[in-house]
Design a protein around this ligand. Structure first.
Ligand SMILES: Nc1ncnc2c1ncn2[C@@H]1O[C@H](COP(=O)(O)OP(=O)(O)O)[C@@H](O)[C@H]1O
Ligand SMILES: CSC[C@H]1O[C@H](OP(=O)(O)O)[C@H](O)[C@@H]1O
Length: 389
């Protein structure tokens, strides 16, 4: 039966499951720094072998027991990691074991890598990040779409990944609360006027409503669902995506948008002259996504796939969605419940500047998404430095 693990209980569980040899000398540390779950790292001190046990709590850790949350998210996470591993094993941790009633996933320890957000904050560039994430998104999207898999099986997979409680978090925290005066919002008192202006902006709200509707209704591809830079481990030559508990069938541009937004937030936290690597990553992710997705498209069994204009239409939608969803993510990470360390760790005056810039950029991304090529995002960052630009 379910009970939350402690470090001692996690060791006992690892022994019971036979995850280490008989004479192992085990130590354990809870290392979770995310908003939702417990993460235990267990090491055999004799051999340095290690594993991760991730466990869902019956509530959202960041808020506490007043915010109950389904344990089923642990099953969604382990199933999503296994599904992604069937297409891109090089980009996800190996899953060794999972247990629905304990809400645990036992997986490969990736501690030799660094969480990309932390590395980017330290000024690292992770030269392969965009190539790898572009390929990850293109392959998982194509192979789980109606163009890349049997269309009857796709409907079953979409049922398996029905994830209403976690989707509701995104519907509220990304698409709704930041645009209204909601008590989950969290921002510096100095930003009140900027936030009120956003709340009165009906053009912005109408465009955001369209994006929310896409998120609610468009069951296109299996998404990671929360692909920010804190969900990515990286080094100079390796990239691993973790934490897909928000996985569900949604619009093709959503993961791209989340990733772009978090790169942009890191860019805004830097001096202007140091932003180029982030713009490079955005453009390269997009280019690799388009190239990989287009190559896979040739394998499609769908009779309409080879009709001129169909692929172009899918990619056009993906681009518009990615830019619009990026705008929503930029805004919610600035004034909503869950922020990003990139900006929050800045001293007050720089932080306020970066956040005001983020609100203007987020708005422009949402409102201009249909006309904007990916390559123009960089100029948009420059154009939104000043008020009224
Ligand atoms: N496979 C792993 N290997 C090493 N560390 C991990 C692994 N998975 C998670 N972690 C650590 O735990 C932290 C929280 O994990 P995450 O899956 O993001 O949890 P949450 O769902 O609560 O956001 C990560 O930032 C990382 O430091
Ligand atoms: C109350 S959940 C807030 C926020 O946390 C999730 O991120 P993570 O689990 O990676 O820390 C997700 O982005 C949710 O929107």
């Amino acid at each position: 039966m379910y009970e939350p693990l402690t470090e001692q209980k996690a060791i006992a569980l690892a022994v019971r499951l036979g995850l280490f040899g008989k004479d192992a000398l085990l130590s354990c540390q809870e290392i979770g720094d995310g908003n939702l779950n417990l993460v235990f790292r267990i090491v055999n001190e004799r051999t340095n072998d290690s594993i991760i046990i991730k466990q869902a709590l019956p509530y959202a850790k960041v808020v506490g027991e007043s915010w109950p949350l389904t344990l089923k998210r642990a099953t969604i996470e382990s199933q999503a990691l296994r599904t992604f591993a069937s297409y891109v094993p090089q980009y996800v941790p190996k899953v060794y074991y999972s247990d629905e009633s304990l809400a645990i996933t036992v997986m490969e320890d990736l501690s030799h890598l660094q969480i990309a957000r932390r590395g980017l904050i330290e000024g690292k560039t992770f030269p392969k990040l965009s190539e790898h994430i572009g390929e990850f998104i293109a392959k998982t999207a194509f192979y789980t779409s109606d163009f890349g898999m049997n269309q009857q099986q796709k409907k079953k997979l979409a049922q398996q990944f029905t994830n209403p409680e976690l989707c509701k978090i995104t519907e509220d925290l990304v698409f709704t609360d930041p645009f209204f005066d909601h008590d989950t919002n969290n921002f510096e008192a100095e930003l009140r006027a900027d936030v009120e202006q956003l709340g009165q902006d009906d053009v912005l709200k109408c465009e955001t409503a369209k994006l929310k509707r896409l998120f609610l209704t468009k069951a296109d591809v299996l998404l990671h669902g929360d692909l920010h830079t804190g969900s990515i481990f990286a080094s100079d030559d390796e990239t691993k995506v973790i934490d897909p508990e928000f996985a569900f069938y949604g619009p093709i541009g959503f993961d791209l948008g989340q990733f772009f937004a978090n790169l942009l937030l890191n860019a805004l936290a830097r001096d202007e002259r140091d932003r180029e690597p982030l713009f490079h990553h955005i453009e390269k992710t997009w280019n690799v996504f388009v190239r990989t997705f287009s190559e896979l498209w040739r394998e499609s069994d769908e009779p309409y796939a080879q009709i001129s204009g169909v692929l172009q239409d899918v990619l056009h939608d993906a681009k518009i969605e990615a830019i619009g969803f990026a705008g929503c993510e930029v805004i919610r990470r600035t004034i909503g419940l869950a922020h990003v360390a990139d900006v929050d760790e800045l001293p007050l005056e720089r932080r306020l500047d970066a956040k005001r810039h983020a609100l203007r950029l987020g708005r422009a991304l949402i409102v201009q998404r249909e006309q904007l090529p990916i390559q123009a995002i960089k100029q948009l960052v420059q154009q939104t430095v000043h008020v009224n630009s």
